[in-house]
Design a binder for this molecule. Structure first.
Ligand code: SF4
Ligand code: SF4
Length: 241
């Protein structure tokens, strides 16, 4: 079984190497993938390397919280930042209902993230119908106890394929969990009733998220040292795409 783990993301960073592996003409690669966007590359290479159905690997995140232990990250500096607390003064009333994602300020965009950490989990997408299965295996930079990235600010020094969700690529991120505020707002849906923007009470949100079975803290394992075979056995049902 051929996995594309860490191969698709690397194409954006090492197109020459990837082309060499697959025998792809780099000129063709560049022409078909001018922005090196994840989906463009995926669609292009799938027929070339005859992937088994249902199996390609994705890793993604835009977590904003920065606390954790740093034992597993060589030379990592502990971020000074604390988890982002929404400052209502920066946010227009009900901005998620009154404006499109393209019209949001940076503060509003960031306030949409609930910090669940699900987008840091390894997941598989069916190559044909794009059905997504999540595992409980998290990126190596994830602190599995807190569910936070251990070094968000410098994450790409350790995980080069961690990409940023933006207004420009949200349409391609069909694999985001169904509760994700970015996905919901993009699809014209309401925010979950437990979202901090609704409750305005962090403790209440935390309690409601736990009751709704949302979030990876305390129930994921690191991908570090795990084989592809082991990973494949760790598909879970508590993340719904
Ligand atoms: S899944 Fe969505 S809401 Fe959850 S951490 Fe990722 S971007 Fe934020
Ligand atoms: S580096 Fe890993 S843990 Fe950190 S945000 Fe990216 S996917 Fe998540």
């Amino acid at each position: 079984m051929l996995y594309v783990k860490n191969l698709i993301p690397q194409i954006a960073h090492q197109p020459g190497e990837f082309a060499k592996i697959c025998g792809i003409n780099l000129t063709t690669l560049a022409a078909k993938s001018p922005k090196n966007s994840y989906n463009t590359v995926t669609l292009m290479i799938s027929p070339l390397i005859s992937l088994p159905p249902r199996r390609y690997f994705m890793k993604f995140n835009l977590l904003q919280t920065l606390q954790a232990s740093f034992d597993t990250v060589p030379n990592a500096k502990k971020p000074k930042s604390t988890p982002i607390v929404n400052n209502d003064a920066d946010l227009r009333p009900n901005f998620w209902q009154n404006f499109s994602l393209f019209e949001l300020t940076n503060s509003e965009w960031e306030a949409l993230c609930d910090g669940c950490g699900c987008c840091c989990l390894i997941k598989y997408m069916d190559d044909d119908d794009e059905t997504v299965e999540y595992t409980d295996v998290a990126c190596k930079l994830m602190d599995c106890t807190t569910g936070h990235c251990q070094n968000y600010e410098h994450r790409q020094d350790y995980v080069p394929d961690c990409i940023q969700l933006t207004q420009d690529n949200i349409a391609e991120m069909t694999w985001l969990p169904s509760h994700c505020a970015y996905k919901r707002v993009f699809e014209g849906k309401s925010l979950p009733n437990w979202h901090l923007l609704i409750t305005k009470d962090a403790a209440k949100t935390e309690k409601l998220m736990r009751a709704a079975n949302i979030g990876v803290a305390g129930r994921c394992v690191s991908e570090a040292g795990m084989s592809d075979e082991e990973m494949e056995l760790r598909v879970v049902t508590w993340v719904d795409a």
